[in-house]
Design a protein around this ligand. Structure first.
Ligand code: DUC
Ligand code: ZN
Ligand code: ZN
Length: 476
């Protein structure tokens, strides 16, 4: 099957060019200067008119949690529903987190994740490995990860008793990571201190969702970020801090980078657009003040008045932050979020955004916050480079996989589940209800197969393949 995409503006991280894009089978085979090749001489099976539209590499969401067990329940999207929603939103690859629960073997956790995903994904997928218990056995198991195509792993400085690693464990894991070339991803919040603050709030009757964010104070994120940076400096293991929301924590990353340290930062759409003030003011007929549970995630939403949201945009402009992933971790209000109706500590942490990341970041272009190439760099090219996929993914060029999105800057996207709105994530609400985007994902193509066109889903579960990843390009 050959596809010719004509008349569009190809946007790569390096810039824009007017070009027709020729796809043969699963690959991009040529970029043609318009007018130089008579289009009639190319006998394409299918022609897509992209006149006036952007032709970009498919989005790569490098931080998702399908079916993550959390707080006595599990994330509500399966690999099938989550990756289908991703395709609707212009994302053609995800990197999900395989989980080693405390007490479980890493190999067993990973095998289970393969079982969950295989044959169920609409788009390509890779894994990071969560190490939930650093000990001799799991350190040994890390040695096989690179051969398995899993070149990054995650540790938690939060959640004592669940995923938590103490400093000694982090040090040992980072030493191993340095030896193997693995990228260390860190959930940087001081979990033990947060748990004390959360218990004190709950015991004094402050049990509503808003107090989740008060307990997880920015000082807890700044402190843990600094500690992780120093451990990474000592061990010379490159460090990637996930889901950053506090401006002071980003300052730590900027400080480390200015000192030449190999430290990277990721933020998420919720920390660019949603605030603690919004959560405090949230109430509805159905849920009353508990409405705020829709925005319980960790790290938490931060105060807009204190400048955290603006600082995230600034970090993206200045490259103190390099990537935007969703941390897609959806839970329904019914039966899931409502587990914490009487105590915010029992609300499962997470927001679903996999369908909206490409659009929400494009709105940043419209609003004059980032440039078009930077948009592509943040949503596709840097994720590919950071996580060992570049060349195959993250770029429109001959030889790359034909993962392509045709994006219409004259289109419009109304987000949510309210009247006339729909989303495809398996959630009974939207954390993004009412958001309006001045752009639209018209066509999504994954390895030469059209998944979305004319407002229709044409994909199949099982099209998505496991991505064996190379080492990060940022390793020195
Ligand atoms: N950390 C994540 O990365 N995702 C969901 C919850 C959390 O704390
Ligand atoms: Zn985390
Ligand atoms: Zn996450």
């Amino acid at each position: 099957m050959t596809i010719l995409i004509t008349g569009g503006t190809v946007v790569n991280a390096t810039g824009t060019v007017l070009a027709d894009v020729l796809v043969d089978g699963e690959k991009i085979v040529a970029l043609l200067t318009p007018g130089t090749t008579p289009l009639g001489s190319i006998n394409a099976d299918k022609v897509i008119d992209a006149t006036g539209k952007y032709v970009i590499p498919g989005g790569i969401d490098a931080h998702t949690h399908m079916q993550l067990p959390f707080g006595g329940t599990q994330a509500s999207d399966t690999f099938e529903t989550g990756t289908t929603a991703a395709a609707w939103g212009g994302t053609t690859s995800i990197i999900d987190f395989a989980v080693q629960k405390t007490g479980e073997r890493v190999e067993d956790g990973l095998a289970h994740w393969h079982e969950l995903a295989a044959g169920n994904c609409a788009i390509d997928y890779g894994f990071h490995q969560i190490i939930g218990g650093v000990d001799e056995e799991s350190l040994k198991a890390m040695e096989n990860l690179v051969d398995e195509g899993i070149t990054s792993y995650k540790l938690f400085m939060a959640y004592p008793g669940v995923f938590y690693s103490d400093d000694a464990q982090i040090l040992r894991a980072m030493q191993k990571a340095r030896e193997l070339g693995l990228l260390t991803m860190m959930h940087a919040e001081n979990g033990p201190a947060i748990d004390v603050l959360a218990a004190q709030l709950a015991e004094s009757g402050k049990t509503g969702p808003y107090f989740h964010g008060i307990a997880r104070a920015w000082q807890m994120e700044e402190e843990a970020t600094h500690r992780a940076i120093m451990l990474s400096d000592l061990t010379e293991a490159p460090l990637y801090i996930v889901h950053m929301s506090a401006k002071q924590a980003v300052e730590q990353v900027a400080w480390a980078r200015d000192k030449g340290k190999n430290v990277f930062g990721e933020t998420c759409p919720q920390y660019l657009y949603l605030s603690l003030e919004k959560q405090l003011g949230a109430r509805s007929e159905e849920w009353g003040d508990f409405e705020g549970a829709k925005w319980v995630c960790s790290t938490p939403l931060r105060s807009e008045e204190e400048g955290h949201l603006e600082a995230m945009w600034q970090g993206l402009r200045t490259n103190d932050l390099q990537m935007v992933s969703t941390d897609h971790c959806p839970f329904c209000m019914k039966d899931q979020k409502e587990l914490g109706k009487d105590d915010f500590r029992a609300i499962p942490n997470g927001i679903g955004s996999i369908e909206h990341r490409v659009d929400l970041l494009y709105q940043g272009v419209v609003d004059g916050r980032i440039s078009l190439p930077r948009w592509v760099e943040l949503i596709s090219t840097t994720p590919a480079r950071m996580f060992g996929l570049y060349g195959r993914k993250g770029v429109i060029q001959p030889g790359a996989d034909a993962d392509i999105v045709v994006y219409d800057p004259a289109g419009h996207t109304s987000i949510g589940l309210g009247e006339g709105r729909t989303h495809h994530m398996n959630m009974d609400h939207s954390a993004w209800e009412g958001f309006e985007i001045d752009g639209h994902v018209d066509v999504t193509i994954s390895r030469g197969t059209v998944l979305i066109e004319n407002g229709q889903y044409l994909g199949t579960k099982g099209h998505g393949r496991f991505l064996k990843r190379d080492l990060t390009q940022y390793l020195v």
